[in-house]
Design a protein around this ligand. Structure first.
Ligand code: IPE
Ligand code: IPE
Ligand code: MG
Length: 256
């Protein structure tokens, strides 16, 4: 067994009281808008407000890593108009809210393939990452044009290139080597994956990293997400018993 087959969050059984890394599939903006008879763009805009509440809650609760799934590699199937609205919203936040995040000690990191949003957006994202690179309070990963399968293909390809160049033996490819080739190579695996809107699927999110994540599904739609929901997630997580394939310590004693 390689060391990477343990969660990097905890090598002991049972849940840490506070999760180190919470990852959220922010779903339900469309339904929120439809229920109110307003354009989908309004749902995404309200979703942006929810992002701000969520980041505030992560800071208050001293959670050091937060990943937000903002746009999947499959979301390009949406209309040109909706993609345009989401892109504008992203640019609005980069322009008007980044300074605030920076002041609060948030380090922004992008995962996925943001180059698909075009050179201008990419440059703005890169600047935002550079500006906030030294911040230590909260690392916020924004998943943009992200797909777990694409990320794994990228990792496999980079390992294959190293083998081809004679820098690596095929036999040396293990879980640690693959983890180290992912975009999240320096980020602990998520302790919890949350999805709003009542859907119960991962939709290509952090497929490798979610191996031992606790899953929490909330019925409420993402624009309705409040700071109190974040605290509730932490409480629910603390009640979970993580085993990582082992036995809880009480049981171990009983059977020996
Ligand atoms: C999530 O909300 C935001 C993105 C996927 C960009 P949706 O737009 O998927 O909302 P629903 O699922 O249609 O309600
Ligand atoms: C997942 O939501 C992607 C994001 C929240 C960014 P989707 O709404 O795209 O997922 P499906 O299509 O319902 O699985
Ligand atoms: Mg959806």
């Amino acid at each position: 067994m390689t060391s990477s087959s343990h969660s990097s969050a905890s090598t002991t059984l049972g849940a840490e009281v506070t999760p180190r890394h919470i990852a959220i599939i922010m779903d339900g903006n469309g339904r929120w808008a439809r229920r109110r008879g307003v354009p989908v763009a309004q749902g995404h805009k309200e979703g942006g407000e929810a992002v701000q509440r969520c980041v505030r809650a992560a800071l208050k609760n001293e959670v050091p890593f937060l990943t937000l799934y903002a746009f999947s590699s499959e979301n390009w199937r949406r209309s040109h108009e909706e993609v345009g609205e989401l892109t504008s919203l992203l640019r609005f936040y980069l322009k008007h809210k980044l300074a605030d995040l920076h002041r609060q000690g948030v380090r922004l990191r992008i995962i996925g393939e943001p180059e698909h949003f075009g050179a201008a957006v990419c440059q703005e994202l890169q600047r935002a990452e550079e500006k906030t690179a030294q911040n230590k309070r909260l690392t916020m990963l924004l998943a943009l044009s992200y797909g777990g399968r694409a990320e794994m293909v990228g990792a496999a390809r980079s390992l294959a290139c190293k083998v081809e160049a004679g820098l690596l033996h095929a036999d040396d490819i293990d879980e640690a080597a693959l983890s180290a080739s992912l975009q999240t190579h320096d980020i602990p695996d998520p302790d919890v994956i949350v999805r709003t809107s009542g859907e119960k699927r991962l939709s290509n999110f952090l497929l490798w990293q979610s191996a031992y994540a606790e899953l929490i599904f909330l019925e409420k739609l993402w624009p309705d997400f409040q700071e109190s929901d974040f605290s509730e997630i932490i409480k629910r997580y603390a009640r979970r018993q993580r085993r990582f394939g082992g036995r809880p310590s009480g049981e171990e004693k009983a059977s020996s």
